[in-house]
Design a protein around this ligand. Structure first.
Ligand code: ATP
Ligand code: MG
Length: 329
């Protein structure tokens, strides 16, 4: 089986976009690949975090991975900070990455503009830690959004550079471009993607929103004054609602259009809300069930960290040997 690595930061409450665009597909991919799904908490501290909040969110995110249907026996579901190899490999890779390369990263430019009071070295070398995340497990594929493509390219460059010096050490990872997950837009501004860091909570449906909140947000979604249900770029708000509806129920946009022929926007919004609730309610119930069973969750966390550490160490020992670190007796 080919190896897949992916992760999410525990820096906010996940939205329906994160679920339909990423997490839901992870579940599908887990049959086909040997998967490592990480809660990348080490990346999170590149911007200042409240410790109690970070800890809580990291656990909530890992719980969500499980609730979404990722099997912790078949996949490796773990906290990045529990596997020391990420930091160890990142250090070595730092010594094979040029300042000039990191200077070109657009995410660093964006984030350092946004956090001008805390432009720390970790923010700068973030892409190297990401390279370590991926290369540590010899991942063949990495499902990433467009925003992470530049980082993945750098990962490949670092791996190729290392291999050119030391022989075939790392698998060169590819971006996963399979069936693209739905890209969900903000309910308040369909030109913008739905995002967990959006200041306007009405633009996003959070995975933990209760049914009333979901219905209310859908009813208030921005549409247009055409008063005609169609699936086209000129009606982006409506298009987004139909995308959400279809992604939730596994329907095509043609089917949806036929269903809503002759109906009003109010009917569509109601149906979208109900479709979202039908997807999120079971997810929320499963989260609640898992949260009650602290012992089970703890044992999964421990077991999976050990499993990840085992695979990580295989690569790490090889790399340490290649660069000339003394053998362990
Ligand atoms: P932030 O605003 O903090 O960047 P985000 O909502 O963009 O948060 P990320 O942690 O950057 O979330 O991304 C997690 C995963 O969710 C990625 O795989 C990303 O491609 C996917 N994703 C994020 N937003 C959407 C969206 N609106 N539609 C589809 N997929 C999305
Ligand atoms: Mg993002």
């Amino acid at each position: 089986k080919k190896v897949l690595f992916s992760g999410m930061q525990a820096t906010g409450n996940l939205t329906l976009g994160n679920y339909l665009g990423a997490l839901k597909n992870w579940v599908t991919l887990s049959d086909e690949y040997e998967c490592f799904y990480s809660v990348v908490d080490m990346h999170s501290i590149t911007v200042r975090q409240d410790p109690a909040t970070l800890r809580k969110r990291a656990r909530a995110l890992l719980t969500l991975y499980l609730a979404a249907g990722l099997d912790p026996k078949k996949n490796c579901i773990y906290y990045q900070s529990h596997v020391s190899g990420h930091a160890e490999l990142a250090w070595i890779l730092n010594c094979f990455t040029y300042m000039g390369e990191l200077n070109r990263m657009t995410q660093f430019k964006d984030k350092s503009a946004k956090h001008a009071d805390n432009i720390n070295a970790g923010l700068f070398t973030y892409p190297v830690l990401m390279a370590a995340d991926i290369l540590l497990y010899q991942a063949d594929v990495v499902p990433v959004g467009i925003d992470q493509m530049q980082h993945l390219e750098l990962t490949r460059d670092i791996a190729i550079r290392f291999n050119n010096i030391y022989g075939d050490v790392f698998t060169i990872p590819e971006a996963y471009i399979g069936k693209v997950g739905a890209k969900i837009m903000s309910l308040q501004d369909p030109a913008k993607k739905m995002s967990k860091s959006d200041e306007n909570p009405n633009g996003s449906i959070y995975l933990m929103d209760d049914p009333d909140t979901i219905m209310r947000k859908c009813k208030r979604a921005v549409t247009d004054s055409e008063a005609c249900i169609a699936y086209r770029d000129e009606q982006p708000g409506l298009k987004n609602l139909i995308d959400i509806y279809c992604a939730c129920l596994g329907k095509t946009s043609e089917e949806a259009i036929r269903e809503f022929e002759g109906k009003g926007y109010g009917d569509l919004k109601m149906a979208v809300g109900e479709a979202v609730v039908s997807v999120l309610k079971p997810l929320q119930d499963e989260v609640a069930r898992l949260e009650k069973d602290k012992g089970y969750l703890d044992s999964i966390i421990k077991e999976n960290a050990e499993k990840a550490q085992y695979f990580a160490n295989k690569t790490l020992r090889k790399v340490q040997r290649k660069v000339g670190f003394p053998d362990r007796i």
